[in-house]
Design a protein around this ligand. Sequence first.
Ligand code: ZN
Length: 161
Amino acid sequence: MALRQIRVQGDDVLTKVCRPVKEMTERNLELIEDMIETMYEANGVGLAAPQVGVLKRIAVIDVGDGPVVLVNPEILETAGEQTGQEGCLSLPGKAGNVTRPNYVKVKAYDEEMNEYIVEGEELFARALIHEIEHLDGHMYTEKVEGEIFDVVYDDEDDEDE
Ligand code: ZN
């Protein structure tokens, strides 16, 4: 496993539509492992392949319940509405308020190319939609209401909290 470099907004790769994954190769498995490691290292809750410069429909998410691998994810259903702060590893130190559905149902494949259904609410729903939008070349900044602002992240090593 290895850390990959996270591309930041302004990099063309973040504006491209990604290609579906046809089969799970060693190369794709390595990409998934690297993406999970890179997401944790950056303290993110999600990461999409274009954010590490790879134009494939793969994303990983962990909102605190363990890693979820999404290959060729498709939104089947959404419901409700939530407005809240959203950030992105490709725009470090910034956040903005975005309105999203409060519930989403997604069809995806896992790392063994088994099809599965995943449902999310609140933060998980937000993360699912955010990552799937990356696969079509979109950033949350296109949907921000009001200003994009600076955020100060808590450092785990900082004993002052
Ligand atoms: Zn993002």
